[in-house]
Design a protein around this ligand. Structure first.
Ligand code: HEC
Ligand code: HEC
Length: 236
């Protein structure tokens, strides 16, 4: 009798634990800690030095999309992504060693570096898809965006910091196509299950057209650097 109660509670607890291990954005630990700390921007700049090797001193990443633009991204979103990468819940073998606490520090370092990055002005020339406004592919992408993406990423592509939805305006086309495909095909493990559901019937052509549109959503002028030649004075 006693044994079976113990067994059944053990099973119940195991199920609860397994369930939560796969829940999207369960937060906790380092993520919650970093979200509640007061950032130190000076230290954030020091931490960012190691990141700048790939994401560039301006935080613009690369137009061909190997490295995403980080400048202007919501700090809450970046904290979640960094915590996920550290916890091996989002694969990023290139960056992983540089993102570890041994390399950059604890939750305070996360809070500091993302607060620094979020304030950087964005590139005026993000990588874009091939179809200009007015082409049938652009128009189809726009329609797909309105029908499938606006409810989370917003009609301006700004996402939501409160809900951890990334801003995707101004992001590089090739980077977004790669992420979108990984999210659709289950390769990006921290993906949002509602987004996966929303896009599961997207063909590769739909995907390219909707991301083409996304890559062409204008970024608010006051968040963009004055020119492509702008250099981050903190790293000159
Ligand atoms: C060795 C190169 C490299 C270094 C150094 C590096 N990153 Fe990255 N980072 C990448 C790559 C590549 C990706 C995109 C991986 C992919 O395609 O999934 C990425 C992705 C990210 C993302 C996710 C962006 C998004 O839109 O979801 C964040 C946030 C990030 N990096 C922050 C940092 C920070 C902060 C540092 C410094 C502590 C850093 N990175 C150092 C290569 C690097
Ligand atoms: C239910 C809400 C939801 C819907 C609908 C949705 N997304 Fe997302 N999207 C998210 C969330 C949340 C993430 C980040 C997941 C995570 O936590 O890692 C994301 C991530 C992304 C990324 C990767 C961003 C990055 O910086 O790495 C792209 C690109 C993207 N979405 C494009 C789209 C497009 C295009 C559509 C419509 C076809 C769409 N999403 C529909 C919630 C949504």
């Amino acid at each position: 009798m006693r044994g079976s109660i113990l067994t059944s509670s053990f099973i119940a607890i195991s199920i609860a634990l397994c369930g939560s291990a796969h829940a999207w954005n369960e937060g906790g630990g380092e993520q919650d800690e970093a979200l509640h700390l007061t950032p130190d921007l000076e230290n954030g700049m020091d931490v960012y030095e190691v990141c700048s090797a790939c994401h560039l001193p301006e935080g613009w990443g690369t137009e061909e999309g190997t490295f995403p633009q980080l400048a202007g991204q919501h700090k809450e979103v970046m904290i979640k992504q960094l915590a996920d990468i550290r916890a091996l819940n989002r694969d990023n073998p290139t960056m992983y060693p540089f993102a570890l606490p041994e390399s950059i520090g604890d939750a305070q370092a996360l809070a500091d570096v993302v607060a620094y990055i979020e304030k950087l002005p964005m590139t005026p020339e993000n990588g874009k898809g091939e179809w200009a406004e007015g082409t049938p592919e652009f128009e189809n992408g726009k329609k797909l965006y309105v029908d499938n993406c606006v409810k989370c990423h917003g009609d301006d592509g700004m996402g939501s910091r409160e809900k951890f939805y990334p801003r995707i305006n101004g992001q590089h086309y090739n980077y977004m196509v790669r992420q979108f495909e990984w999210i659709r095909d289950g390769k990006r493990r921290n993906a949002n299950p509602e987004m996966v559901e929303q896009i599961k019937r997207f063909t590769d052509a739909d995907m390219k057209q909707v991301i083409n549109y996304t890559s062409r959503i204008p970024v608010p002028k006051d968040q963009v650097a004055p020119s492509v030649d702008w250099m981050n004075p903190d790293f000159e």
